[in-house]
Design a protein around this ligand. Structure first.
Ligand code: CTP
Ligand code: MG
Length: 166
């Protein structure tokens, strides 16, 4: 899950500048995505996810870690792109609900990246998904994700990368 977990914190670190929605509004008069989704955050986050995935592929071959799920170029790309696509789709619906950028939306804020990554895998690499994400692993992911998400956001808030601790 590293290629899916890394893009969000890296986007928070590197984000800023041109928003993905170019500042435009939706038909309801609210922002399409908001200033929290920027091109720089998107690109840096995706690259970071793919990079950590490449390290996984390299180290699996180097150290013979064949008991771990075997990443491929496709799987790391789908995990990384899917994580931030999920994050943007979440922000789209968050704005439609009238929630401002950075407002709390508990379950959506935590699982957006997992849903996004898994939907892309489901569509573009179903074989990899069923071969590697077993039911026990899925349970671990569903428990670990909110814990990591909360811990990382509190950390990001303390080091002043994030404006809110969620
Ligand atoms: N970020 C970014 N580009 C992205 C995703 C995140 O630049 N594609 C940066 C932004 O600076 C953002 C921060 O990472 O403020 C934290 O991300 P997130 O919590 O997802 O955004 P929010 O500001 O909470 O916005 P939203 O309410 O839309 O989720
Ligand atoms: Mg947020």
């Amino acid at each position: 899950m590293l290629p899916a977990y890394l893009p969000n914190p890296v986007a928070a670190l590197c984000g800023g500048g041109l928003p993905v929605d170019l500042g435009r509004n939706f038909t309801d008069g609210r922002r399409l995505l908001g200033d929290g989704k920027t091109c720089r955050g998107l690109i840096a986050g995706i690259l970071a996810g793919i990079l950590i995935g490449l390290v996984q592929i390299w180290s699996a071959a180097r150290f013979g870690w064949d008991y771990l799920p075997q990443q491929t170029l496709l799987s790391i790309t789908l995990l990384s792109v899917g994580a931030l696509l999920g994050d943007m789709v979440k922000s789209f619906f968050k704005r439609r609900l009238g929630k401002e950028r950075g407002a709390k939306w508990p379950l959506a804020d935590m699982y957006d990246l997992v849903v996004g990554a898994f939907v892309l895998l489901l569509v573009f690499d179903y074989g990899w998904l069923v071969a590697n994400v077993t039911l026990p692993l899925l349970v671990v992911i569903l428990i670990l994700t909110p814990v990591l998400h909360r811990a990382m956001n509190i950390f990001g808030y303390l080091i002043k990368v994030k404006e809110v601790p969620w």
